[in-house]
Every structure is written in C-alpha cells, then in structure tokens.
Design a protein around this ligand. Structure first.
Ligand code: NAP
Length: 387
C-alpha cells in the first residue's frame, strides 16, 4: 500500500487524499484513454482513441507518478503537429503507451494534471498536487498518465484551472516576447496583431502589469465595440481594426496617442499586409518579433523600414528558447504564477468541453476532441476538461 494517500487525511475533513484512496479501493484499476495518431494528416482523418489499463497506485515504481488530466487546451500548434508540419513533434512510437499494437503519437503539448499517486521515491509531488509537463510534447490529450517525477513540474493547486492549463505556452510566450527582445521601460509602447488571440490577450495584461502601453490590432466583426471594451477592460491602451492598421490617415492618430514616443516592439502572429501596416508604425531601431502566421501569408515588410528605420525582424519559438535554456522555462512559469497570484491576469477566455472518458466509447471520446477542434476554428479557444 502506498502510504502517500494516508498522511494528508485529516479527521473530520473531506480530504482529497481520503477520497482518492477510497476511489482506488473501490475502482481497482482505471481504464485510461488517450487521443493518438498513427500517421500524419488532418485531425478528422487520423485521430483515434487508445484505451489502456492504468495500474493502481500501489504498483507504481520508485520514481513514478500517476496523474489524472484536469484540462488540456487545443492549440493551433497541436493541429500542426498532427498534420506533421510542426518542426517539434512527439515521435510516432510503439512504446509511449501500454497495450499498443502499432506505433502512435499522443496529441497535446500542454495541460494540467492532478497527482493521484506516487512511487515511494518521489519527493516533489504528493496526491492532490497539480502539475504540468516539465518538457514539450508530453502528449496531454489523455485522461491519465504515468511518468517519472522529472516529467512534471508542480504548480499551486488553487489557481484558476484555465490559467493552469494554458500557462506553459501562451502566457509564457507573451511574457518572454515582451521581456526578451527589447528592454521596455514603463511608459514605452508596443504594438501587436492578433490582439484577440490568447497570446495577444496575455500580452495586453502582462504589458499593463509592467507599465507598458499597447496597441492591439483585431479583425473587424459585427460586435467590434464589445471586443474593444473587453480588451480595454483587460488593460489594452488602444485597440484598432485591420482596416485602421493599413490606413495612412490613421497613422497620424496613433502618433498622437504615443505623443511622439517611438513604438519599440511589434509582435506578429498574422503576417500578410497586416504586418506591413503594423511595422510602419514602429519607431527607429525597433524589433519586429514574428511568432505565428494565422493568415497563412508570408511576412511582408516594406524595404524602406530596413534601410531608413533600421528595423530588426526576428522570430520567436518558445520551444526552442526554452530548450536552449531549460531554466528559463521554470523561471517564466514562476513569473506567470506571480502574475496570477497578483490578479494581474484575468481568467482565460475559452470554452470548456467536459468529457467523461469512463462513460464514452473510444469512438465517442475521439469525436469529443474532433468536435472541439472543429469549434476552435470559429468559436475561439477550446479546452477539454475531464471533471
Ligand atoms: N512561436 C511560439 O512559440 C508560439 C507560442 C504560442 C502561440 N504561437 C502562435 O500564436 C498564434 C496565436 O495562438 P493562440 O493560441 O493565442 O491563438 P488563438 O487564441 O486560437 O487565436 C487565434 C487568433 O488568430 C486570429 N486569426 C485567425 N485567422 C486570422 C487571419 N486570417 N487573419 C488575422 N487574424 C487571424 C483570430 O482572430 P479573431 O479573434 O478575429 O478570430 C484569433 O485572434 C498561433 O499562430 C500560434 O501557433 C506561437
């Protein structure tokens, strides 16, 4: 019997540890489900469910940790991994899950787990703790997992679930892009497109907490003012449309806002003519950081900006940055946790899709993810939750 379930039980409380112990005693083993793909392609064609038995916590080896997934987001890069067009991908292998009859990869790069049990040698995690994958490409679209302790990073278990599930990619990216490329001071300005993306929303809020002003470009829509009000409430200094972004006339309005202060940093996740218009608003010696290509168009930049304004255009990829400097991943996670604690980050704007694996067939489990992926195309960020 693994003793870790018992010590945290307090008499008279409905302690989580007690409930976990009880659940395991009554359930025996758990049937876990994972969304996998045996080859690259469009998600609707290649995704399938692999079901497998998770042993009871008593059977965990020395450094093993058994976790239950609480929530995992469906990010654009997850889709690119499934399509086989994202440079960093989990291997399609036969060994990543028990009971496989063919090589597969498990989908999902980020998410938050709750610890259900630990092997006797585990020191950094105990049942009831929350954790996130310590490295990229963990394969988070699954109900349960067992991995070595080093595969997980403990986080507080009293922060909003949506924040916890998305902090490792989007929030961390926004923080890194605002702090690693330009030494922005209080009162400085940055401009970004994709202002309504999760990264964009995080950048608005992080900038505000650092005293940095923002101009966010968003796509026009029927209820534009509602979105502008929402982003302004998050701390956006100004929100403009793509049409205003490409208008020469509107450039003067922006100069008025910044009172002649140069805009030092541009964050681009769209490309095409949008990024050309945005870059024209940058000051001399500014940096343009490209981190996404949502319009599927190339990054178009006027030649004059390089010659007369000494523009520097660079790329950002959190995977590479944190791979090169693993300590940075932990540092930025801690920074993001501080911001969450200070209430500097509003809860994430996304839809929760509750999935109960034990009540679903494999086909239904796969369909739940496919439906959420489909919704993410037109209804914003989707998260799968498992309770
Ligand atoms: N390089 C990195 O390390 C890194 C890290 C994190 C994210 N990313 C990338 O950052 C981007 C945003 O990610 P996210 O998770 O924050 O996205 P998200 O929340 O799913 O939002 C996507 C955004 O893209 C906008 N969009 C979609 N198609 C567009 C188009 N044709 N023209 C202009 N805007 C368009 C949407 O605008 P509406 O609001 O109008 O629908 C929405 O705001 C993605 O490309 C992602 O891969 C990169």
């Amino acid at each position: 019997m693994n003793s870790i379930f018992v010590p945290t039980f307090k008499k008279g409380s409905s302690s989580l540890s007690f409930r976990l112990l009880h659940n395991f005693r009554t359930m025996g083993t758990i049937t876990a489900k994972a969304i996998v793909y045996p080859g690259y392609g469009e998600p609707e064609d290649v995704l399938e469910t692999h079901s497998y038995e998770i042993p009871s916590p008593e059977a965990l080896k020395n450094d093993e940790v058994l976790v239950k997934t609480l929530a995992c987001p469906l990010n654009p890069s997850d889709i690119n991994q499934i399509q086989g067009v994202y440079p960093s991908r989990p291997p399609i292998s036969q060994t990543s899950l028990p009971g496989l009859t063919k090589p597969v990869a498990v989908c999902g790069n980020e998410g938050v787990f709750r610890v259900l049990g630990t092997g006797p040698g585990v020191t950094s995690l105990k049942p009831g703790d929350w954790c996130i994958p310590s490295k990229v490409n963990y394969g988070t679209w699954r109900s349960h997992a067992i991995s070595a302790e080093a595969e997980f990073l403990r986080i507080p278990n009293d922060i909003p679930l949506k924040q916890a599930a998305t902090m490792a990619v989007n929030t961390s990216s926004a923080y890194l892009m605002l702090t690693q490329f330009e030494k922005l001071q209080k009162g400085d300005w940055f401009i970004q497109n994709g202002g309504n993306s999760q990264v964009g929303r995080c950048a608005i809020q992080i900038a505000k907490s650092l005293g940095i002003n923002s101009i966010s470009i968003v796509r026009d829509r029927p209820e534009l003012q509602k979105l502008i009000d929402e982003l302004t409430a998050l701390g956006a200094t100004h929100v403009i449309t793509e049409k205003q972004n490409t208008s020469k006339e509107f450039g003067k309005t922006i100069k008025g806002w910044t009172a002649g202060r140069p805009i030092k940093l541009g964050l681009n996740c769209v490309g095409g003519p949008n990024v050309a218009g945005m870059s024209r608003k940058l000051g001399k010696n500014a940096k343009l950081v490209t981190y996404g290509g949502m319009s599927m168009k190339p990054v178009m930049l006027p030649t004059s900006l390089f010659i007369f304004k000494n523009l520097t255009a660079v790329g950002f990829w959190i995977t590479e940055m944190t791979k090169k400097d693993p300590e940075l991943r932990e540092k930025v996670i801690n920074k993001v946790l501080e911001l969450i604690k200070e209430n500097a980050l509003a809860d994430i704007n996304c839809t929760l899709n509750k999935v109960e694996p034990e009540k679903l067939t494999d086909l239904e489990f796969t369909d739940a993810f496919k439906q959420a992926l489909c919704d993410s195309k037109s209804n914003g960020k989707q998260l799968i939750t498992f309770e």
